[in-house]
Design a protein around this ligand. Structure first.
Ligand code: FAD
Ligand code: 2HG
Ligand code: ZN
Length: 487
């Protein structure tokens, strides 16, 4: 049975007409074909509908459309590049929500190289910002697989992590100032470029990571860093899983903490990438159990980063922590190895149904986490294929699972929740988190009830209510409803 599309009330129709008039034809999309990809999340788990997509080009337009929507009680789903892994940017199936996509707000307002800052609008594509910073001989270090399509507003709203957190921190650590529009349309201009500013509560930190539930981020002042003049990378094969933690410790010391990335990958993931992703090439002739891609950034182009890396690897080889290593000899080879790292994500999709996780534990407990989670899921489902990889330098593992080869994908999907609970239990028992970098969105909302205290949840609800008393901003995301009363 096909569901009837939602018919807006006369008040909503009037508000939508005013919004369309305010934005003009470039600022409004309601053609089903153009809308379709924006209504499905990046994992193809959620599909929604909407009243239309507003595409404001200025902060004032965002303010005006929020004010109109607020008055008419229209629910809003803020959206950037729609690469969320937790369904955070997908509207619900009711058809009553309005998408606001920031893609047209893509200007870099200012680069202040001496202050090491860049003021940017929310719709800038992350990769464009990296390039822009580089052209001013600066580094903007946020980097992740979706950087060619995700927007800085989405990165900040979800406090994204990625491959350089080890050295530079998460998205929230990279922001000095913020501009945001509150649900009723009021604009907060907090675009300060200060490294020291202890003037009361830090509102921007509340908005960063709020996943579109408190405000729409329209611009930000981002921190820049000296551009590394050389990058020395290696793909190494570990003697065993524990060696990952030992090598990480040694790499931080050997590089004087200039280690930028430290990514763990199971050897068979490299094979899967070569098999399924065009252009991906596994450089080893053997499938090792565990590999790590590490990279050191040097501030001088004098080969010192490369020397530090080689010295580190020689010692690690002598001590028996690594058994093999590939050191790229050119920029092209270095990008091939990074391509392989990003390709393992797509490769897993081609191996059938999957259940994803994004947990973190203290770095020292990563090996225990992987071993305990493996034992737990294999006990639940013999034949399941654990595919743990990720940012081990941050204690962040994407403990993904692939279906047993002889199981129907639909069958596997029915076990998703039970598997996720079990994996989350292991992470929580090791003092970990159920969401390291992807956020809560829709897919982890109910798990919040298991890992947050009443005090924490009640405070979050009170803050939500303070900023968004009508509950219009990204309803149903991030914050779970109150626990059902138990007798
Ligand atoms: P969207 O998906 O559009 O939105 C994300 C959330 O932010 C939603 O809740 C949305 O409502 C809200 N939002 C978006 N824009 C705004 C705004 N301007 N104001 C207020 N709220 C807003 N994440 C990591 O942390 N590390 C990774 O390494 C990583 N790798 C990825 C690799 C791939 C291939 C993919 C598909 C995703 C990956 N992600 C990763 C997940 C995702 O968090 C990031 O891609 C990115 O931060 C999301 O940005 P976006 O613009 O696509 O936001
Ligand atoms: C990564 O680290 C991303 O590659 C995506 O966070 C992880 O989708 C995933 O499983
Ligand atoms: Zn990740």
């Amino acid at each position: 049975m096909t569901e009837m599309p939602y018919t807006p009330t006369p008040e909503e129709q009037d508000a939508l007409r005013r919004i369309r008039d305010r934005l003009g034809p470039k600022g409004w999309v309601d053609d089903p074909e153009t809308l379709a990809p924006w209504l499905i999340d990046s994992r193809n788990v959620y599909e929604g509908r909407c009243l239309g997509m507003a595409k404001p080009a200025t902060t004032q337009e965002v303010s005006d459309i929020l004010a109109i929507a607020y008055e008419a009680g229209i629910q809003i789903v803020p959206q950037g590049g729609n690469t969320s892994r937790v369904g955070g940017a997908t509207p619900d199936p009711s058809g009553r929500q309005l998408l606001i996509n920031l893609g047209r707000m893509n200007a870099v307002r200012d680069i202040d190289a001496a202050n090491y800052t860049m003021t940017v609008e929310a719709g800038c594509i992350l990769k464009d910002l990296q390039d822009k910073a580089e052209s001013a001989d600066r580094l903007f270090p946020l980097s992740l697989g979706a950087e060619g399509s995700c927007q800085i507003g989405g990165n900040l709203a979800s406090n994204a992590g990625g491959i350089n957190v080890l050295r530079y921190g998460n998205a929230r650590d990279l922001v000095l100032g913020l501009e945001a529009v509150l649900p009723d349309g009021r604009v907060w201009n907090g675009l300060r470029r200060l490294r020291k500013d202890n003037t009361g509560y830090d509102l921007k930190q509340l908005f960063l990571g709020s996943e579109g539930t408190l405000c729409i981020i329209t611009a930000a002042v981002l921190k820049l860093f000296p551009l590394p003049k050389e990058r020395a990378a290696a793909l190494v094969a570990l003697s065993d899983l524990d060696a990952a933690v030992t090598l990480l410790e040694q790499a931080r010391t050997a590089s004087a903490d200039a280690l930028m990335s430290f990514e763990l990958m199971p050897g068979f993931a490299l094979d899967w990438a070569e098999r399924h992703v065009e252009g991906a090439k596994q450089p080893f002739d053997t499938t090792y159990d565990w590999t790590v891609l590490l990279e050191i950034g040097g501030t001088r182009a004098d080969g010192s980063a490369g020397q530090a890396l080689e010295g580190l690897l020689e010692r690690a080889y002598e001590d028996g922590h690594i058994v093999d290593a590939v050191l790229p000899q050119s920029e092209e080879q270095r990008s091939q190895i990074w391509f392989l790292r990003e390709a393992i994500v797509d490769a897993q999709v081609r191996e059938g149904a999957q259940v994803k996780h994004d947990v973190s534990v203290p770095v020292s407990r990563v090996p225990d986490f992987i071993r305990q989670a493996n034992a737990a899921v294999i006990e639940m489902m013999p034949g399941i294929r654990p595919y743990p990889f990720g940012h081990v330098g941050d204690g962040n593992i994407h403990y993904n699972l692939s279906q047993p080869v002889d199981m129907a994908a639909a069958d596997f999907a029915t076990h998703r929740e039970a598997l996720q609970r079990r994996v989350h239990d292991v992470a929580l028992s090791l003092d970990g988190s159920i969401s390291a970098e992807h956020g809560i969105g829709l897919s982890k909302r109910e798990e919040m009830l298991r890992c947050k205290s009443d005090v924490e949840l009640e405070t979050m609800r009170a803050l939500k209510n303070l900023f968004d008393p009508k509950g219009l901003m990204n309803p149903g995301k991030t914050i779970p409803a109150a626990r059902a009363e138990t007798k």
